[in-house]
Ligand binder design. Structure first.
Ligand code: NAD
Length: 324
C-alpha cells in the first residue's frame, strides 16, 4: 500500500490552474549495470548514465575494453566498476549480480546491451554452433541477466532495457541467427514486462538502426562512412552511440514511468522509408553517388526518353556510340 501511495504521488495532476507537471530529477543516486559496456553503444550508455549520477557497472567479456572504460569514467570523477562477465554463462551472471549488490546495495537499472553479430554465411553453410553462440549471447544472455538481477531489483523496483535491433523486423540475406535473436529479445521484453510489473520493474526494448560505433571502440577507430551512407537516412545521417544513450537515459528515468513492455525504434527514420525503384530514386541515387546534379538530371532524361520511345537505354547509348 505504501508503494502504491508513492507511485500515485508521482502522477501528473490537473489542478484548477491547469496541468501541473511532476518534478523529475535526472540525477540518479542509483546503480546500473551495462552489459557489453566496454565499447560501442554500451560504452556510450555507460558514460551517459554515469554523467547522470548512476553508479555504473560495466559487465563485459573483454577485459581490455572493460578496464579501459572503467578508467575513463573514473578519470571523469564518476563511480564505475568493471566486472568481467560472459553474459551467456549463468555462473558469471550470478556472480555479477551478487558482486554488484554487495558493493552498492542495490541494482536499479539493467541494460542488456552485450551482443554479437553474424558473419553472413549462406543458410546451408551456417553451423549449429554459430547459430547457438549468437542466440546464447544475444537472447539467453539478457534472459539470464534479467532473471538474476530481479532477485535484487524486486526490493525497490527497477528498469530493464534490452538493446534489440531493427534487424528484428527486416533483414539482409544470410543473417538468420542475428535477426532471430533480436526478434526473440523483443518478445522476451513484453513477457518480462508482464511478469515483473507487480514488482514495479519496467522492461523495455530499444531497436537501433545503423549506428557508427567507431569513436567508442578501444582504441577508437576512424569512421569510413560515405556521403551516401548518411544521406539515405531521412534524418540525414547514420546514428551515433550517443543517440541510443540519450533514449536509454530517458527510458531508465522516472519520466518514462508509464512505459513498459514496448520496443522503441531509433533509426534516423530509415525503416519508415517506402522504397520503390523509379526514375526519382535513380536520379537521387546517381546524384548521391556522383555528387553531380547535372549528370543525374541528364541520366533521368535519358531514362524518360527511352521510356517515351519504347527503346532500351542500352540501345540509345549504343546508337550515340557511348558503348559498343
Ligand atoms: P560492439 O561489438 O562494438 O560492442 C559489443 C560489446 O559487447 C563489446 O564490448 C563486447 O566485448 C561485449 N560482448 C560481446 N559478447 C559478450 C558476452 N558474451 N558477454 C559480455 N559482453 C560481451 O557492438 P555494438 O555495435 O556497440 O552493439 C551493441 C548492441 O547494440 C548489440 O546488442 C548489437 O546487436 C546492438 N545493435 C548494434 C547496432 C549497430 O549498428 N552498431 C545496430 C542495432 C543493434
Amino acid at each position: 500500500m505504501k508503494s502504491m501511495v508513492s507511485f500515485i504521488q508521482n502522477i501528473p495532476s490537473i489542478s484548477r490552474d491547469g496541468f501541473s507537471a511532476p518534478k523529475y530529477s535526472r540525477f540518479h543516486d542509483k546503480t546500473c549495470i551495462v552489459t557489453g559496456g566496454g565499447r560501442g553503444i554500451g560504452a556510450a550508455i555507460a558514460y551517459r548514465l554515469a554523467s547522470e549520477g548512476y553508479k555504473v557497472v560495466i559487465a563485459d567479456i573483454d577485459r581490455e575494453a572493460g578496464m579501459y572504460r572503467e578508467k575513463m569514467l573514473r578519470e571523469k570523477g564518476y563511480e564505475a566498476t568493471f566486472v568481467k562477465t560472459d553474459v551467456s554463462r549463468e555462473n558469471d551472471v550470478v556472480r555479477l549480480m551478487d558482486e554488484v549488490f554487495s558493493r552498492y546495495g542495490s541494482i536499479d537499472v539493467l541494460i542488456n546491451n552485450a551482443g554479437i553479430g553474424f558473419s553472413g554465411k549462406p543458410l546451408e553453410e551456417q553451423s549449429i554452433d554459430e547459430w547457438r553462440r549468437v542466440i546464447d549471447v544475444n537472447l539467453t544472455g539478457p534472459y539470464l541477466c534479467s532473471k538474476h538481477a530481479v532477485k535484487y531489483m524486486k526490493k525497490r523496483g527497477g528498469v530493464i532495457i534490452n538493446i534489440a535491433s531493427t534487424r528484428a523486423f527486416q533483414s539482409e540475406p544470410n543473417t538468420e541467427p542475428y535477426s532471430a535473436s533480436k526478434g526473440g529479445l523483443i518478445a522476451l521484453t513484453h513477457a518480462l514486462a508482464i511478469s515483473l510489473a507487480p514488482y514495479k520493474i519496467r522492461v523495455l526494448a530499444v531497436s537501433p538502426g545503423w549506428i557508427d560505433t567507431c569513436e567508442w571502440q578501444v582504441p577508437p577507430c576512424k569512421s569510413e562512412l560515405t556521403h551516401l551512407d548518411h544521406l539515405q537516412h531521412p534524418a540525414g545521417r547514420v546514428g551515433k552511440p550517443e543517440d541510443v544513450a540519450a533514449l536509454v537515459a530517458f527510458l531508465a528515468s522516472d519520466e518514462a514511468q508509464w512505459m513498459t513492455g514496448v520496443n522503441i525504434i531509433i533509426d534516423g527514420g530509415i525503416t519508415k522509408k517506402m522504397i520503390y525503384i523509379d526514375e526519382d530514386v535513380i536520379e537521387n541515387s546517381i546524384e548521391l553517388l556522383l555528387q553531380d546534379r547535372e549528370l543525374a538530371k541528364l541520366f533521368r532524361e535519358l531514362l524518360e526518353h527511352a521510356k517515351r520511345n519504347k527503346e532500351s537505354t542500352k540501345d540509345i547509348l549504343k546508337r550515340i556510340s557511348i558503348i559498343n
